[in-house]
Design a protein around this ligand. Structure first.
Ligand code: MSP
Length: 530
C-alpha cells in the first residue's frame, strides 16, 4: 500500500554547458530523496530537465555555428549520460522545446491573459543575458569604465528598447498576498536565512514582470499575440507542471494527484524566481503552491563558487573514475550540509572515503562475512534457544530500533548529512561490537559456540540494516551487500520501517565474502586539482 505521492523537482538546467559538479549536486540530492521515499512507501515523481530557450542558449548555439534547436539536441546526451552515470532515477525529463511543454506554457499564460493578469506596455529596462534576469537601475553596479554591469555575474547588461511593447504580468498585485502566504506557510522557504531574504525583498516592493519578448524568437510563442515568445523564466518554471502531466491527456489524473508538490530543490541563486514569481503565477492561476522551496548553498572550490565558466574543469565523470559513483554520491550528500555553502576538495573527499567507507562500512562488510565463513561455513547461523536472548537484547538491536525515526526525520527535512550520520553510527557500533565480543576468541572455545552464533547473527543483521539505510546514498553498494547476504533486490523494499525490525535475516541464507567494497585511497596518488 502506497503512503501517497511524493513529488519534487530539480531546476531545469540551462543547456549552454554540460552538467558540472554544481548541477550534479542538486540532482544527486533529489535522487537521494527519490530513492529513500520509494523505500519509505511513497509513489515518487522526480522531475528534472533542460531549459533550452532564451537569449543565452541562442547565443551559445550561434557561437557553435548551430541553430538553437540543433545545439539543444546535441546537449541532451550530455545531460542524460551524466544522470545515468550518477544513477539518477528521475521520473520525467522535460525539455522545454518539446511540444507537450509548449502546450503547458500556452495554456497557462492564455489562462492568465483571460483572467486579466496580463497587460501590454512599452518596456524600458536592463537585462542580463547571462542571468536571464531583469534588473532595476538602482540594483546595477558599475565597472571601471562606468558602464552598468549585472550585480550577480558582473557582466555588462543590455538596455531593452523603449519602442518595444511587451506583455507584463501584474506581479505587483501580489505583494500583500505573498507576504501573507509566507506568514501562513513558514516552511515554504527553507532554510530560514533564505526566507528572511525573500521576505525583506518582497517588503521592498514588487514591480510587474515582463513575460514576453518580440525582438527575438527562440521561445514558446504566446497564442494571444503572435510574434511574442514567452520570457525564458515564464517558460521554464512551468516545466514543473509538464513533468507531472499537466494538460496531458495521455496521463489522466496524474497532475491532480501530484500537485502541489513537496519540494522544489534549487540553488540559492534562483530563489527569487521560485519564491516570488512562481507562487504569484500559481496564485493567479488558482493553483495550490508547492510545500517547500529549498534553496541549498553553493559548492565552493578553493573558497570560490564552483561554476562551469570559472570552472576548474573537474567534471562529475572525473571524480567517478577515481571514487566510483556511490562514493561520489555519499561524499556530496554527507559532507556538504544541505542549505549551507560547502567547500569541496580532493583531500576531504579522500578523508571521508577512507574514514566512512573503507574503514567503517567496507571494513564491517569484509570482517563479518570473513569470520562467518570460518565459523559457520558462510551460512547465516541458526541461533540456539540458549542464546536467543542475546539476539533480542544487544546494543546493535537497540540502536537499530531508533534508526528509522531518526533517519526519517532527517530525510523528510532534507538533512542528508544528519541521515548519513545516523546510519554511520550503526556501522561504527557494529565494528565496536566486534572488538567487545571478540568472536575470534569465542571461536576457540567450544563452550561459546552458541554465544558465537548469536554474535555473528547480530553482526550480519546489522549489516543488512546498514545496507538498507545506505541505499539512498549508495544504491550499487547496498544492492551488492544485499546480494551477498542472500537477500533479494533491495530496490523492491517499499517499507523500510518494517524492514528495520530486528531479526529478519533468515538463518540458513548463504553469505558471500566477496571482494573488498572500498580500497583505501592515498591522496598523493590522485592527480586531479579541485
Ligand atoms: N535554467 C535555470 C533554472 C530554471 S528552473 C525552472 C538555471 N539553470 S542553471 O543551469 O544555471 O542551473 C542553476 C542551478 O545549478 C542552481 O540553482 C543549482 O541548483 C545548481 N548549481 C550551479 N552551480 C552551483 C554550485 N557551485 N553549487 C551548487 N549548486 C549549483 O538557473
Amino acid at each position: 500500500m502506497s503512503k501517497g505521492t511524493y513529488s519534487f523537482t530539480t531546476p531545469i538546467y540551462y543547456v549552454n554547458a554540460a552538467p558540472h559538479l554544481g548541477t550534479a549536486y542538486t540532482t544527486v540530492a533529489a535522487d537521494t530523496v527519490a530513492r529513500y521515499q520509494r523505500m519509505n512507501g511513497y509513489d515518487v515523481a522526480f522531475v528534472t530537465g533542460m531549459d533550452e530557450h532564451g537569449q543565452k542558449v541562442a547565443e551559445t548555439a550561434e557561437k557553435h555555428g548551430m541553430s538553437p534547436q540543433e545545439w539543444c539536441d546535441s546537449m541532451e546526451p550530455a545531460f542524460r549520460d551524466t544522470w545515468d552515470l550518477l544513477n539518477i532515477t528521475y521520473t520525467d525529463f522535460v525539455r522545454t522545446t518539446e511540444p507537450r511543454h509548449a502546450k503547458t506554457v500556452q495554456k497557462f499564460w492564455t489562462d492568465l491573459y483571460d483572467k486579466g493578469y496580463l497587460y501590454k506596455s512599452a518596456y524600458e529596462g536592463w537585462y542580463c543575458v547571462h542571468e536571464e534576469t531583469y534588473y532595476a537601475e538602482s540594483d546595477l553596479l558599475k565597472d571601471e569604465e562606468g558602464q552598468f554591469v549585472c550585480p550577480d555575474c558582473k557582466r555588462p547588461v543590455q538596455r531593452m528598447s523603449s519602442g518595444e511593447e511587451n506583455w507584463f504580468f501584474k506581479l505587483s498585485d501580489f505583494q500583500d498576498k505573498l507576504l501573507a502566504f509566507y506568514d501562513e506557510n513558514p516552511d515554504f522557504i527553507r532554510p530560514v536565512t533564505r526566507r528572511n531574504e525573500i521576505v525583506s525583498f518582497v517588503k521592498g516592493g514588487l514591480k510587474d514582470l515582463s513575460i514576453s519578448r518580440s525582438t527575438f524568437d527562440w521561445g514558446v510563442p504566446l497564442p494571444f499575440d503572435e510574434g511574442h515568445v514567452a520570457y525564458v523564466w515564464a517558460d521554464a518554471l512551468l516545466a514543473y507542471l509538464t513533468g507531472i502531466g499537466y494538460g496531458d491527456d495521455s496521463r489522466p489524473g496524474e497532475f491532480d494527484q501530484r500537485w502541489p508538490m513537496q519540494y522544489h530543490f534549487v540553488g540559492k541563486d534562483i530563489i527569487r524566481f521560485h519564491c516570488v514569481i512562481w507562487p504569484a503565477m500559481l496564485m493567479a492561476a488558482g493553483l495550490p503552491i508547492t510545500h517547500t522551496v529549498f534553496g541549498h548553498g553553493f559548492l565552493l572550490t578553493k573558497g570560490e563558487k564552483m561554476s562551469k565558466s570559472k570552472g576548474n574543469g573537474v567534471m562529475p565523470a572525473d571524480l567517478v573514475k577515481i571514487f566510483g559513483v556511490d562514493a561520489y554520491r555519499y561524499y556530496f550528500m554527507s559532507d556538504v550540509q544541505f542549505g549551507h555553502d560547502g567547500g569541496i576538495s580532493i583531500e576531504r573527499m579522500v578523508q571521508v572515503y577512507n574514514a566512512d567507507l573503507a574503514n567503517t562500512w567496507g571494513n564491517l562488510c569484509s570482517r563479518v562475512p570473513g569470520m562467518n565463513s570460518k565459523y559457520f561455513d558462510g551460512v547465516v547461523p541458526e541461533v540456539p534457544e540458549s542464546t536467543k536472548h542475546l539476539v533480542t537484547e544487544n546494543p546493535l538491536a537497540e540502536l537499530a530500533a531508533g534508526l528509522y525515526e531518526k533517519y526519517d526525520a532527517c530525510m523528510t527535512d532534507v538533512d542528508f548529512s544528519g541521515a548519513a550520520a545516523a546510519v554511520q553510527e550503526l556501522a561504527h557500533r557494529a565494528n565496536a561490537y566486534i572488538d567487545e565480543t571478540e568472536p575470534f576468541r569465542m571461536a576457540k572455545d567450544p563452550e561459546k559456540r552458541d554465544e558465537l552464533a548469536a554474535v555473528m547473527y547480530n553482526l550480519l543483521e546489522a549489516i543488512r540494516i546498514v545496507a538498507l539505510y545506505m541505499a539512498p546514498f549508495m544504491p550499487n553498494t547496498s544492492a551488492e551487500v544485499y546480494r551477498r547476504l542472500g537477500l533479494g533486490d533491495i530496490t523492491q523494499v517499499t517499507d523500510i520501517q518494517a524492514a528495520t525490525a530486528w531479526g529478519q535475516l533468515p538463518a540458513g541464507n548463504p553469505v558471500e565474502k566477496g571482494e573488498a567494497l572500498f580500497m583505501r585511497l592515498d591522496e598523493s596518488e590522485i592527480n586531479l586539482d579541485m
